[in-house]
Design a protein around this ligand. Structure first.
Ligand code: RIB
Ligand code: CA
Length: 312
């Protein structure tokens, strides 16, 4: 008899080394029913992030999970990829994945999301691990879904108060599409922000990476792609940004949260978008402020122990 009702969720990814670990943790959790994965243009272009997502799901023996490709470009600016995750966005492992015939759905991500939400008998949680373009498109084009969404957990932004007048560090997912971020936080859905400080504190140190490699075939795969992950904020380990957002979805008690009023602010002539959170009586988001690192790592390793790869 199941003790608890599973959470029906949609995960939006820009796979992405840390996105692929987050997918594995979600897929291993008994508390989650992953209805759909949608892909965004973030770490790499959306065609590549879609291919990476299909490759990873197939490799982790979950090729049955539907995938819908998202928008090629942000709402109001051009997409600029980064090389933090390797040239192909998945630790340059793409040529080593086994062949498969998986394809994305024939509809765009925001329509696939609307379909899942409208057909679901229970509210849907959305976990956003890349730029928020697809979620913004969903909320701008299907306003009726707001009441059918439990909450949107976004890996986005930074809580470090910046020195007055200086530009704070532009967290990547917001920087790629700040207009989408603003559209999501002003849509009226319940928002949980998992800022980059969580991934910088809940990182895998080198002993964790060694244990990952030795644990099983899936761990050996992750250790290989970790080698190319270059988040310069974490000098002695692997930042687990996206896994923190999924960990919140599985067990919110792993995090201390505080209520803030969040809005996107733009800096300099490039209109660099930064998610700014401040205390106010017009709070519109909950922000994760502290992570129970020990419990997070237990969740990570227990998920990894349950993860198999297709060639085993
Ligand atoms: O800033 C970290 C975020 O940017 C993570 O989601 C990582 O995958 C990249 O998309
Ligand atoms: Ca990501």
């Amino acid at each position: 008899m199941c003790k608890f009702k599973k959470k029906s969720i949609i995960i939006d990814v820009d796979t992405g080394i840390d996105d692929s670990v987050a997918l594995a943790i979600a897929l291993a959790s008994k508390k989650i029913d992953l209805k759909l994965v949608t892909t965004s243009a973030g770490n790499v272009g959306v065609e590549q992030s879609t291919q990476n997502t299909l490759d990873v799901l197939n490799y982790l023996k979950h090729g049955n999970v539907p995938v819908a490709m998202g928008e090629k470009e942000p709402l109001a600016r051009n997409h600029k990829p980064i090389s933090v995750h390797g040239k192909d966005g998945i630790g340059d492992f793409s040529s080593k994945f086994p062949e498969h015939n998986l394809k994305p759905l024939a509809v765009p991500a925001f329509e696939a999301m609307a379909d899942v939400i409208n057909k679901s008998s229970s509210p849907i949680t959305i976990v956003a691990l890349g730029p928020l373009t697809n979620i913004a498109k969903l909320l701008l084009n299907h306003k009726n879904v707001v009441s059918k969404i439990e909450e949107v957990i976004i890996m986005a932004g930074s809580i470090d108060e910046h020195k007055q007048g200086e530009m704070p560090y532009p967290e990547f997912n917001v920087k790629v599409d700040p207009e989408a971020c603003q559209a999501v936080i002003s849509s009226g859905v319940k928002i949980i922000v998992c800022p980059m400080e969580m991934g910088h504190s809940a990182y895998l140190d080198y002993y964790d990476v060694y244990k990952t490699k030795k644990l099983n075939y899936a761990g050996a795969f992750f250790e290989k792609i970790f080698r190319l992950y270059k988040d310069h904020h974490v000098k002695n380990g692997i930042a687990m940004h996206d896994s923190c957002a999924v960990a919140y979805c599985i067990d919110p008690k792993l995090f201390l949260t505080e209520d803030f009023e969040a809005k996107v602010e733009y800096y300099n002539d490039q209109k660099i978008g930064i998610l700014h959170c401040e205390k106010s009586d017009r709070q519109n988001v909950k922000v994760c402020m502290k992570c129970d690192i020990k419990k997070f790592k237990n969740l990570y390793f227990s998920a990894l122990r349950k993860t198999r790869i297709i060639t085993e």
